[in-house]
Design a protein around this ligand. Structure first.
Ligand code: BTN
Length: 323
């Protein structure tokens, strides 16, 4: 966000009472007319600002409605979300980020929408993204990694979402391989990672995060209600979507920075800590056979490692797991 605006909101929030236009103008080193213009912009963004003669200004309430300003305010990140674009309605945030990537937008660019009318899920499925009910967001990454390591970023994103839910609630999130977030065995979030790469270099990656946040039970499409849910539905209370988005972005940056400096080990351990049915025996089917095996963990290339009843280990890249 433009830094004067950010500082202005910070000053207004810091002060318990009112703060005069003169004091704001002194502290920010801008004219009182400029302060007045900023106040009008903030009001347009949904801030409720009280202006009292001879006392000054005070923020009575911040907007519930997401906007670029409200999302960026207080974000305090080094690189993620410095370029952040919010839309009321889009076809898919994923497609917008692909276009932005081609136009040269930087690592950490974020696109978020209140509603998607053509939300995309994995395997060409559609992703229901109703207005104001969830987080429909795509992040542009320009990692300096060989393409075979790209799945690690999807696994990383899943651990970020699990950590966020654990930190904000008493819910126990689990990650179902490869990257579905489950609460009480029902999917609340999914990740779609798309990569543009050359032979040995990633050009960019788009990490799409879809999270059902405030749908009530009956708002989940009927055909998937037995296996999908929302955070509100499971936690029993409404979630603040903006704060949840900010939490995800902060954690994403911290986890990504750690991954860059220390590698995949900590991500793997964290993924396995949250891994759904890790250590348990399940039935697995591929084109060739169906067998019983214990889920052991994940591999650095994103494969699922399983052990059959004879103790043989195998790496699976795609298989049907009978959860
Ligand atoms: C899945 O199938 O589990 C992945 C779902 C990913 C949905 C998100 S919502 C934001 C981004 N835009 C899209 O169109 N899809 C992803």
């Amino acid at each position: 966000m433009e830094s004067t605006r950010k500082q202005l909101i910070e000053l207004l929030n810091k002060k318990d009472g009112h703060i005069s236009g003169q004091e704001l103008s002194n502290q920010l080193n801008i004219s009182r007319t400029a302060i007045w213009k900023h106040m009008n912009e903030l009001k347009k963004d949904g801030y409720d600002i009280e202006a009292v003669q001879r006392k000054g200004y005070k923020i009575l309430s911040s907007p519930d409605k997401m906007s670029e300003n409200t999302l960026q305010w207080g974000l305090d990140t080094e690189w993620i979300g410095h370029q952040l674009f919010h839309y009321d309605q889009v076809e898919s945030t994923q497609e917008i980020v692909h276009q932005m990537a081609k136009q040269g937008k930087p690592h950490g660019t974020v696109v978020i929408a209140d509603e998607q009318v053509k939300g995309k899920g994995r395997m060409a499925r559609k992703w229901d993204s109703p207005k104001g009910k969830g987080i429909w967001m795509s992040i542009l990454l320009r990692p300096n990694l060989p393409p075979f390591k790209a799945p690690q970023l999807t696994l990383l994103a899943a651990t970020v979402l699990a950590e966020m839910i654990s930190e904000r609630s008493a819910l126990v999130p689990q990650i179902k391989w490869p990257n579905d977030l489950l609460i009480h065995h029902k999917k609340v979030s999914g990740i779609l990672t798309e990569m543009q790469a050359e032979q040995d270099a990633i050009q960019y990656i788009v990490v799409g995060i879809g999270m059902n946040v405030n749908q009530n039970g009956e708002e989940i499409p009927e055909d998937i209600r037995h296996k999908a849910s929302s955070l509100k539905n499971e936690a029993g209370e409404e979630w603040n979507i903006q704060e949840t988005v900010q939490h995800i972005l902060r954690l994403f940056e911290r986890t990504y920075d750690q991954y860059e400096s220390d590698g995949f080990e900590a991500i793997k351990a964290n993924w396995e800590k949250h891994g759904y049915r890790i250590g348990e025996e399940v039935t697995i089917s591929t084109m060739k056979r169906t067998w019983k095996a214990t889920l052991v963990g994940i591999e650095p290339d994103g494969a699922l490692c399983v052990r059959d009843r004879d103790g043989n280990h195998e790496k699976l890249y795609s298989a049907e797991i009978h959860w």
